[in-house]
Design a protein around this ligand. Structure first.
Ligand SMILES: [Zn+2]
Ligand SMILES: [Zn+2]
Length: 239
């Protein structure tokens, strides 16, 4: 196969195979570590072929967000149980996705026929969910054994970092639970960049689960806001 294809492999999503519009958001598969973990957990196979020129190396925004959301325990699911699977094309006529799919010169509008995506040996179409291939549950989030068994899903990788910091904290006695105090909590909220209402929600949940030091107040977050406000004044509507 020497001839160059009509379209670049990276014009398509590695996961669903759909054409990614030039100006649409796209993500490097290899750089999206969480997405690769989620891909492996969802489809039961690792991300492969990223070292090959005949496989796409990007993901569309929809696939990344859906997979990562599912992995975090949000109620999200892909439309298919098996992703598009790529092999090296044997010819450019009837076994080359990048020559056969024609995404170009499309007008916008309701009556435009959708792009046709072939199911060929070098690019096997995704397999939809069915009774035999239901949506599975995401693996439980990595958790500290001391945490309660209630749902405790982490929002971003940053949380893992924060928990690591807790673990390294010298106040910790091995094997003993550590209940964060007001300062720990404020640091965490600041590191996560939480909004006031999210910070209050987090605090009240942790409090509910008895995971906080007794001295921590849920209303502390409001005070935090007030102390910020005193730094800034509104002048002619400009902060
Ligand atoms: Zn081709
Ligand atoms: Zn996709």
């Amino acid at each position: 196969m020497t001839r160059i294809c009509k379209h670049f492999a990276d014009a398509f999503c590695f996961i669903c195979g759909q054409f990614i519009k030039t100006r649409a958001k796209k993500h490097s598969v290899l750089a999206s570590v969480k997405m690769c973990e989620a891909y492996n957990a969802y489809f039961g196979m690792p991300v492969g072929d990223q070292d090959r020129p005949w496989a796409p190396h990007l993901s569309c925004d929809y696939c990344k967000k859906t997979l990562e959301g599912w992995y975090r325990g949000e109620k999200k699911a892909m439309k298919f149980a098996l992703p598009r699977v790529w092999r090296e094309p044997t010819n450019h006529t009837d076994d080359c996705y990048f020559c056969m799919v024609n995404p170009s010169r499309r007008r916008a509008g309701k009556n435009v026929p959708p792009i046709a995506y072939p199911n060929i040996p070098s690019s096997i179409a995704p397999v939809p969910h069915s009774d035999e291939l239901p949506v599975s549950n995401p693996p439980p989030p990595p958790r500290n054994e001391q945490l309660s068994d209630d749902e405790f899903t982490t929002e971003e990788e940053d949380v893992d970092v924060a928990i690591d910091e807790f673990i390294r904290s010298p106040q910790l006695e091995e094997g003993k639970p550590y209940y964060p105090n007001q300062k720990d909590l404020n640091d965490l909220i600041r590191d996560l960049g939480l909004t006031k209402s999210n910070a209050e929600l987090l605090t009240s949940r942790l409090k509910q689960w008895n995971l906080l030091d007794d001295t921590v107040q849920v209303t502390e977050q409001r005070k935090r806001h007030q102390s910020f406000s005193s730094f800034f004044t509104l002048q002619n509507g400009i902060c």
